[in-house]
Design a protein. Sequence first.
Length: 245
Amino acid sequence: MDRLKGKRALITGGTTGIGFATAREFLSEGARVIITGANSKNLEAARQNLGAGVVAILADASSVAAQNTLAEAVKKELGGLDVLFCNAGIVEMRPLEAWDEAAFDRSFNTNVKGTFFLIQKLLPLFANPASIVLNGSANAHIGMPNSSVYAATKAAIISLARTLSGELIGRGIRLNTISAGPIDTPLYGKLGITQEGAYQLQMQIPAKRFGDAKEIAKAVVFFASDECGFSVGSELLITGGMGNI
């Protein structure tokens, strides 16, 4: 299909999981795509796997200065921007007593501050109309133990989509949020979740399975496309029923 034909898109955190799956879907829908990542090896592997039509840029999602550099690179490579998918982020799960200021700041800098200032730096580049999709999380809506800081960052992202929607709609820029439940990505391995722990989590999902990254990517394509032109400041929960029923 060609739902994004001719559109210029930036996907942050596009080397694995949801970001990588979304880049693949965007390319199949006709978009020109830039992906970012913080790990040069993973970034190069993603670029090679995605093939022609994608530009890969090394970027630190937590750094305000890096957002300015990224905006300059986007202008050079694409000239402007029709779609932004803010997917880059980190997940740290700890009990309350195990958090320190450095870890707290790392989560908020990456998940919230970096996102906010990237949108600010890109503002002059956005076309009219344009679409921004933010990656929220079901954790912002459910009281999962040990997720306090991560859930707070995602609640901030959901709020940001609503408030900036009111501020930017006059420029023709729509903001919406995708909030996923547990998705089968390399993230769970990084978090050290055992096979038994993954099974226990899966049993808490009414659908009795993890979601697939491609299922989220297809939803991002919808929000990015002109088919979704009347969706402003909304949030789509894709959770297999977790937290919904």
